[in-house]
Design a protein around this ligand. Structure first.
Ligand code: GDP
Length: 243
Protein backbone atom coordinates (compact mmCIF):
# COMPACT_ATOMS: atom_id res chain seq x y z
CA UNK A 1 0.00 0.00 0.00
CA UNK A 2 1.34 3.45 -0.85
CA UNK A 3 1.26 6.18 1.74
CA UNK A 4 -0.49 9.33 0.47
CA UNK A 5 2.02 12.11 -0.09
CA UNK A 6 1.93 14.84 2.56
CA UNK A 7 1.19 18.21 0.89
CA UNK A 8 4.04 20.73 1.18
CA UNK A 9 3.62 22.80 4.34
CA UNK A 10 4.98 26.04 2.94
CA UNK A 11 2.61 26.92 0.10
CA UNK A 12 0.74 29.65 2.04
CA UNK A 13 2.31 33.07 2.37
CA UNK A 14 2.22 35.06 5.59
CA UNK A 15 0.35 38.09 4.13
CA UNK A 16 -2.52 36.22 2.55
CA UNK A 17 -5.84 36.08 4.43
CA UNK A 18 -6.36 32.52 5.65
CA UNK A 19 -8.71 30.75 3.27
CA UNK A 20 -11.22 28.23 4.52
CA UNK A 21 -9.71 24.75 4.42
CA UNK A 22 -10.59 22.80 1.30
CA UNK A 23 -13.13 20.08 1.91
CA UNK A 24 -11.32 17.01 3.14
CA UNK A 25 -10.93 14.08 0.84
CA UNK A 26 -13.79 11.62 1.56
CA UNK A 27 -11.06 9.05 2.19
CA UNK A 28 -10.05 11.04 5.27
CA UNK A 29 -13.62 10.99 6.53
CA UNK A 30 -13.89 7.28 5.75
CA UNK A 31 -10.62 6.48 7.53
CA UNK A 32 -11.87 8.41 10.54
CA UNK A 33 -15.13 6.45 10.60
CA UNK A 34 -13.18 3.21 10.48
CA UNK A 35 -11.74 4.06 13.91
CA UNK A 36 -15.16 3.45 15.52
CA UNK A 37 -15.04 1.52 18.77
CA UNK A 38 -17.80 0.41 21.09
CA UNK A 39 -17.82 2.69 24.14
CA UNK A 40 -20.81 1.85 26.27
CA UNK A 41 -24.45 0.86 26.37
CA UNK A 42 -27.13 2.34 28.62
CA UNK A 43 -30.86 1.85 29.03
CA UNK A 44 -31.53 5.58 29.19
CA UNK A 45 -30.00 9.01 29.01
CA UNK A 46 -29.21 9.41 32.69
CA UNK A 47 -26.89 6.40 32.54
CA UNK A 48 -24.84 7.77 29.67
CA UNK A 49 -21.49 9.42 30.36
CA UNK A 50 -21.44 13.17 29.83
CA UNK A 51 -19.14 13.87 26.89
CA UNK A 52 -17.68 17.04 25.53
CA UNK A 53 -17.17 15.82 21.96
CA UNK A 54 -19.86 16.16 19.29
CA UNK A 55 -22.31 13.31 19.07
CA UNK A 56 -24.23 12.06 16.03
CA UNK A 57 -27.33 9.96 16.64
CA UNK A 58 -28.55 7.29 14.24
CA UNK A 59 -32.26 6.64 14.49
CA UNK A 60 -34.87 4.74 12.54
CA UNK A 61 -37.61 2.23 12.43
CA UNK A 62 -36.43 -1.32 13.09
CA UNK A 63 -35.43 -3.02 9.90
CA UNK A 64 -34.78 0.32 8.16
CA UNK A 65 -31.14 -0.71 7.69
CA UNK A 66 -29.57 1.24 10.57
CA UNK A 67 -27.17 -1.46 11.78
CA UNK A 68 -26.11 -2.26 8.24
CA UNK A 69 -25.54 1.44 7.60
CA UNK A 70 -23.41 1.89 10.73
CA UNK A 71 -21.43 -1.26 9.95
CA UNK A 72 -20.88 -0.09 6.37
CA UNK A 73 -19.81 3.41 7.33
CA UNK A 74 -17.41 2.14 9.97
CA UNK A 75 -16.40 -0.87 7.88
CA UNK A 76 -16.72 -3.04 10.95
CA UNK A 77 -19.15 -5.72 10.21
CA UNK A 78 -19.91 -6.57 13.79
CA UNK A 79 -19.96 -3.12 15.35
CA UNK A 80 -23.66 -2.34 15.32
CA UNK A 81 -24.42 -5.95 16.14
CA UNK A 82 -23.26 -4.80 19.55
CA UNK A 83 -26.56 -2.94 19.57
CA UNK A 84 -28.45 -6.04 18.49
CA UNK A 85 -27.15 -8.38 21.17
CA UNK A 86 -29.79 -9.43 23.71
CA UNK A 87 -30.16 -6.81 26.40
CA UNK A 88 -28.93 -3.99 24.22
CA UNK A 89 -31.64 -3.73 21.59
CA UNK A 90 -33.61 -1.28 23.68
CA UNK A 91 -30.53 0.56 24.84
CA UNK A 92 -28.57 3.55 23.66
CA UNK A 93 -25.21 2.38 22.31
CA UNK A 94 -22.26 4.72 21.94
CA UNK A 95 -19.23 4.31 19.67
CA UNK A 96 -16.19 6.55 19.81
CA UNK A 97 -14.47 7.97 16.75
CA UNK A 98 -11.02 9.44 16.54
CA UNK A 99 -7.58 8.86 15.14
CA UNK A 100 -4.52 8.02 17.22
CA UNK A 101 -6.80 6.94 20.04
CA UNK A 102 -8.05 10.50 20.62
CA UNK A 103 -11.83 10.57 20.64
CA UNK A 104 -13.15 13.57 18.71
CA UNK A 105 -16.75 12.48 18.14
CA UNK A 106 -19.24 9.83 19.16
CA UNK A 107 -21.80 7.88 17.16
CA UNK A 108 -24.96 6.96 18.99
CA UNK A 109 -27.12 4.05 17.91
CA UNK A 110 -30.60 4.59 19.31
CA UNK A 111 -32.98 1.65 19.56
CA UNK A 112 -34.96 0.89 16.42
CA UNK A 113 -38.65 1.63 16.84
CA UNK A 114 -41.94 0.49 15.41
CA UNK A 115 -41.32 -3.24 15.60
CA UNK A 116 -44.85 -4.65 15.64
CA UNK A 117 -44.14 -7.46 18.11
CA UNK A 118 -42.92 -5.08 20.83
CA UNK A 119 -45.45 -4.68 23.64
CA UNK A 120 -47.12 -1.29 24.03
CA UNK A 121 -45.28 -0.43 27.29
CA UNK A 122 -41.94 -1.04 25.58
CA UNK A 123 -42.97 1.26 22.73
CA UNK A 124 -43.95 4.00 25.15
CA UNK A 125 -40.71 3.51 27.03
CA UNK A 126 -38.82 3.85 23.75
CA UNK A 127 -40.58 7.12 22.99
CA UNK A 128 -39.61 8.48 26.39
CA UNK A 129 -35.97 7.35 26.18
CA UNK A 130 -35.63 8.62 22.63
CA UNK A 131 -37.48 11.88 23.25
CA UNK A 132 -35.46 12.58 26.36
CA UNK A 133 -32.18 11.85 24.60
CA UNK A 134 -33.00 13.90 21.49
CA UNK A 135 -34.32 16.86 23.44
CA UNK A 136 -31.69 17.13 26.12
CA UNK A 137 -28.40 15.50 25.12
CA UNK A 138 -26.16 18.56 25.30
CA UNK A 139 -23.42 17.49 22.92
CA UNK A 140 -25.81 16.19 20.24
CA UNK A 141 -24.74 17.83 16.99
CA UNK A 142 -26.59 15.83 14.36
CA UNK A 143 -29.30 13.27 13.79
CA UNK A 144 -29.30 10.77 10.93
CA UNK A 145 -32.74 9.28 10.31
CA UNK A 146 -32.78 6.01 8.42
CA UNK A 147 -35.90 5.42 6.36
CA UNK A 148 -36.75 2.61 3.98
CA UNK A 149 -38.25 4.57 1.06
CA UNK A 150 -40.40 1.64 0.00
CA UNK A 151 -42.26 2.06 3.29
CA UNK A 152 -42.00 5.83 3.41
CA UNK A 153 -42.05 7.90 6.57
CA UNK A 154 -44.01 6.23 9.33
CA UNK A 155 -45.97 7.86 12.14
CA UNK A 156 -43.08 7.30 14.54
CA UNK A 157 -40.67 8.94 12.08
CA UNK A 158 -42.99 11.94 12.01
CA UNK A 159 -43.11 12.05 15.83
CA UNK A 160 -39.33 12.00 15.89
CA UNK A 161 -39.17 14.87 13.41
CA UNK A 162 -41.54 16.88 15.62
CA UNK A 163 -39.39 16.15 18.66
CA UNK A 164 -36.19 17.38 17.08
CA UNK A 165 -37.65 20.30 15.08
CA UNK A 166 -36.93 22.95 17.76
CA UNK A 167 -33.32 21.80 17.98
CA UNK A 168 -32.97 21.75 14.19
CA UNK A 169 -34.16 25.36 14.23
CA UNK A 170 -31.38 26.00 16.76
CA UNK A 171 -28.72 24.48 14.52
CA UNK A 172 -28.91 20.72 15.05
CA UNK A 173 -27.87 19.04 11.78
CA UNK A 174 -30.30 16.61 10.29
CA UNK A 175 -30.02 14.06 7.49
CA UNK A 176 -32.59 11.60 6.18
CA UNK A 177 -31.01 8.52 4.59
CA UNK A 178 -33.26 6.65 2.21
CA UNK A 179 -31.85 3.18 2.70
CA UNK A 180 -31.69 0.09 0.47
CA UNK A 181 -31.72 2.40 -2.57
CA UNK A 182 -30.46 -0.52 -4.67
CA UNK A 183 -34.06 -1.72 -4.60
CA UNK A 184 -35.28 1.42 -6.39
CA UNK A 185 -34.90 2.30 -10.03
CA UNK A 186 -33.80 5.79 -11.03
CA UNK A 187 -37.33 7.22 -11.26
CA UNK A 188 -38.37 5.70 -7.95
CA UNK A 189 -35.20 7.03 -6.31
CA UNK A 190 -35.82 10.55 -7.60
CA UNK A 191 -39.42 10.44 -6.43
CA UNK A 192 -38.46 9.13 -2.98
CA UNK A 193 -35.92 11.95 -2.65
CA UNK A 194 -38.51 14.54 -3.60
CA UNK A 195 -41.05 13.27 -1.07
CA UNK A 196 -38.50 12.99 1.74
CA UNK A 197 -37.27 16.54 1.09
CA UNK A 198 -40.75 17.80 1.88
CA UNK A 199 -40.45 16.16 5.31
CA UNK A 200 -36.86 17.11 5.96
CA UNK A 201 -37.63 20.72 6.90
CA UNK A 202 -34.22 22.13 6.05
CA UNK A 203 -32.28 18.92 6.62
CA UNK A 204 -30.53 16.97 3.88
CA UNK A 205 -31.84 13.85 2.18
CA UNK A 206 -29.72 11.24 0.46
CA UNK A 207 -30.13 7.83 -1.12
CA UNK A 208 -28.07 5.16 0.62
CA UNK A 209 -27.29 1.58 -0.26
CA UNK A 210 -25.00 -0.55 1.84
CA UNK A 211 -25.20 -3.19 -0.86
CA UNK A 212 -24.13 -0.93 -3.74
CA UNK A 213 -22.18 1.47 -1.51
CA UNK A 214 -24.28 4.36 -2.77
CA UNK A 215 -23.92 7.47 -0.61
CA UNK A 216 -21.29 5.98 1.70
CA UNK A 217 -18.59 8.57 1.00
CA UNK A 218 -21.07 11.44 0.94
CA UNK A 219 -22.49 10.46 4.34
CA UNK A 220 -18.99 10.05 5.76
CA UNK A 221 -18.17 13.54 4.51
CA UNK A 222 -21.27 15.01 6.16
CA UNK A 223 -20.43 13.37 9.50
CA UNK A 224 -16.86 14.62 9.29
CA UNK A 225 -17.88 18.17 8.36
CA UNK A 226 -20.48 18.41 11.12
CA UNK A 227 -18.13 17.26 13.84
CA UNK A 228 -14.95 18.95 12.66
CA UNK A 229 -16.45 22.30 11.62
CA UNK A 230 -17.26 22.83 15.29
CA UNK A 231 -13.71 22.01 16.38
CA UNK A 232 -12.36 24.37 13.74
CA UNK A 233 -14.66 27.18 14.84
CA UNK A 234 -13.45 26.63 18.42
CA UNK A 235 -9.83 26.75 17.32
CA UNK A 236 -10.44 29.96 15.38
CA UNK A 237 -12.17 31.56 18.37
CA UNK A 238 -9.29 30.57 20.62
CA UNK A 239 -6.71 31.99 18.23
CA UNK A 240 -8.75 35.22 17.86
CA UNK A 241 -9.02 35.47 21.66
CA UNK A 242 -5.25 35.16 21.84
CA UNK A 243 -4.76 38.20 19.54
P1 GDP B 1 -32.02 -2.27 11.48
O1 GDP B 1 -33.06 -3.05 12.20
O2 GDP B 1 -32.51 -0.89 11.12
O3 GDP B 1 -30.70 -2.24 12.18
O4 GDP B 1 -31.84 -2.98 10.05
P2 GDP B 1 -30.70 -3.97 9.52
O5 GDP B 1 -29.44 -3.23 9.28
O6 GDP B 1 -30.64 -5.16 10.38
O7 GDP B 1 -31.30 -4.34 8.08
C1 GDP B 1 -32.59 -4.88 7.93
C2 GDP B 1 -32.63 -5.74 6.67
O8 GDP B 1 -32.40 -4.93 5.53
C3 GDP B 1 -31.55 -6.81 6.64
O9 GDP B 1 -32.10 -7.96 6.06
C4 GDP B 1 -30.48 -6.22 5.75
O10 GDP B 1 -29.72 -7.19 5.09
C5 GDP B 1 -31.30 -5.42 4.77
N1 GDP B 1 -30.52 -4.28 4.25
C6 GDP B 1 -29.86 -3.35 4.97
N2 GDP B 1 -29.26 -2.46 4.14
C7 GDP B 1 -29.52 -2.86 2.88
C8 GDP B 1 -29.16 -2.35 1.57
O11 GDP B 1 -28.46 -1.36 1.41
N3 GDP B 1 -29.67 -3.01 0.50
C9 GDP B 1 -30.46 -4.10 0.62
N4 GDP B 1 -30.93 -4.65 -0.50
N5 GDP B 1 -30.81 -4.63 1.83
C10 GDP B 1 -30.34 -4.01 2.94
Amino acid sequence: MTTPATPPATTATANVEPKPDPKPDPKIAMGWLHTAKFLTTAPELKHLPRLDVPEIAFVGRSNAGKSTCINTLTQQHRLAYASKTPGRTQSINLFTLGKQGVTDAVLTDLPGYGYAAVPKEAKLRWQQVMGNYLQTRDNLKAVVLMCDPRRGMTELDEILLDVIRPRVEDGLKFLILLTKSDKLNKTEGAKALQIAKLNAGGGDVMLFSALKKQGVEAVAQHLWDWTHAEAKKGAETTSNDAK
